[in-house]
Design a binder for this molecule. Structure first.
Ligand SMILES: NC(=O)c1ccc[n+]([C@@H]2O[C@H](COP(=O)([O-])OP(=O)(O)OC[C@H]3O[C@@H](n4cnc5c(N)ncnc54)[C@H](O)[C@@H]3O)[C@@H](O)[C@H]2O)c1
Length: 449
């Protein structure tokens, strides 16, 4: 120690960056799919918006006013304050960067974080000091803090809470439900600090008219979204399982649901094929999280298994009605109405209609698939399906299966048209209740759950 000199310690004081002004923040949306495009359109009512996607073809379409996901109109996409780009450098202008990239599962239903982490890296390398990064992709609790923030910090060389800020606001849109757009759905916001959550409340509050819910933490907001989707999966699985039991007892599950629904606290669900890349995928993120905490999550796992099996029940049902005496459906011409994973939505990713087609084809049927609204860029499985664009040009079918209740089906295919393409007594397996059951039963061997 040098007694004549006062020792001083030098702490470098870095002043935390100010949060942007939510009233005039420039907003960038990263990932322009079913979620990103409507969100960008919502923000564009109030802010300059920069949409970024790695898919150049998608960017060209959006620049010409076409939304490949068919969620938004040309007018909505063509405001002067909206830019679409695949040039990462443009993200440096953004005050807020909203990440809406896919969170699918890989082989073996393991969560695939690669798009999320790749997008985080791109953002980190191009974001400016003081910005706010908001994640909207569906993830298991802890992902934003344990996986995304480390990438943002490492790739930017900046510190969260000092140089930039992070929030999480799960997306709740339901494609195909046109009456509920992003602005009409109450939105959860959360931030890495109360100030960030307050900032997001003001920012999103300008866009979302239905109101906001401020979650107590990012983890709570992540968990809330995945619980919503898992609850739906479990509830539909219960009704799908009941459909199978009651059907073997000669009881219609829809009659049972109508009767049970007369009680004030009964929740009404209908059977269906659970596909797509939300309800049929998100529970796997929870199952994975459960495993790493030593929990088997039996209810979630069983619901997934039941819903996966439902396509085979439909195929079995048709087999029982069409060729009960034979071991197969060899040479039977079966029309499947619906390739999209749900009603009134073009998305065919992970559609269980393909599982129905596969199962019928494996049993020897010639399967024809008709769905005028389906986006065929993700034609998965459905081996052997003959995709048809015109119903009336393929002669008569031995049987019909309905897997989606699109409005366009209801407009185009009445029972007279059905009678023109399927003979009297043909089996009609109408999972979605497209047709009037009493009228259809007078002409066909009609089954609906
Ligand atoms: N579709 C829905 O109904 C829905 C509803 C609520 C939540 N979500 C969740 O929102 C997220 C996005 O879903 P979606 O349906 O919009 O997906 P999507 O596949 O329709 O769109 C995602 C877009 O992200 C782009 N992308 C992929 N990697 C990228 C990267 N590294 N950088 C920039 N862009 C990239 C893709 O090219 C694609 O255009 C998912 O986590 C999903 O679970 C979806």
């Amino acid at each position: 120690m040098n007694l004549g000199v006062r020792e001083t310690q030098h702490f470098e004081v870095i002043e935390a960056a100010k949060l942007p002004n939510p009233q005039n923040a420039i907003v960038s949306v990263i990932g322009l799919g079913y979620v990103g495009v409507p969100l960008m359109v919502g923000f564009a009512e109030y802010a300059r918006t920069i949409g970024f996607d790695i898919d150049n073809d998608k960017i060209s379409k959006l620049q010409s006013g076409v939304d490949p996901s068919e969620q938004c109109s040309k007018d909505e996409l063509s405001k002067t304050n909206m830019e679409y780009t695949s040039n990462l450098a443009e993200l440096t202008e953004a005050d807020v960067l909203v990440v809406c990239v896919p969170t699918p599962v890989m082989q073996g239903n393991k969560p695939d974080y690669r798009p999320l982490l790749a997008a985080s890296k791109s953002v980190a390398q191009n974001m400016k000091r003081g910005c706010v990064v908001v994640y909207e992709s569906t993830v298991d609790p802890g992902t934003t803090e344990n996986k995304c923030i480390p990438v943002l910090e490492k790739e930017s060389g900046m510190r969260e809470g000092v140089d930039f800020y992070v929030g999480y606001s799960p997306e709740r849109v339901s494609p195909g439900e046109h009456a509920r757009r992003v602005t009409d759905i109450k939105k959860i916001v959360s931030g890495s600090s109360p100030e960030v959550a307050d900032f997001l409340e003001v920012l999103y509050g300008r866009v979302v008219k239905a109101g906001l819910f401020k979650a107590t933490s990012i983890k709570v907001a992540e968990a809330a979204k995945i619980l919503e989707n898992t609850q739906r999966d479990v509830n539909i699985a219960l009704i799908n399982e009941m459909m199978q039991l009651f059907d073997s007892m000669g009881i219609k599950v829809s009659d049972v649901v109508a009767a049970a629904g007369s009680k004030w606290n009964f929740h009404t669900y209908f059977p269906g094929l659970v596909g797509g890349h939300c309800i049929s995928v998100d529970p796997f993120f929870l199952l994975n999280a459960g495993r790493s905490h030593g929990l088997a999550m039996e209810m979630v796992a069983s619901a997934r298994a039941v819903n996966e099996r439902t396509a085979h029940f439909i195929s079995d049902k048709l087999h029982e009605m069409l060729a009960p005496e034979a071991h197969n459906l060899q040479g039977k011409r079966v029309l499947v109405l619906g390739r999209a994973f749900k009603d009134n939505c073009p998305d065919t990713r992970n559609s269980k209609s393909f599982a129905v087609i596969d199962s019928l084809w494996t049993r020897g049927a010639d399967v024809y698939s008709y769905d005028p609204i389906a986006d065929n860029s993700h034609f998965e499985g459905g081996r052997g399906a003959i995709v048809i664009d015109e119903l009336m040009e393929h002669g008569q079918f031995d049987a019909v299966v309905v897997t989606a209740k699109h409005d366009c089906f209801a407009e185009e295919i009445d029972l007279f048209k059905l009678a023109a393409i399927a003979p009297r007594g043909a089996p009609i397996v109408d999972l979605r209740k497209l047709f009037d059951g009493d009228a259809a039963s007078m002409h066909f061997n009609y089954w609906t759950p």
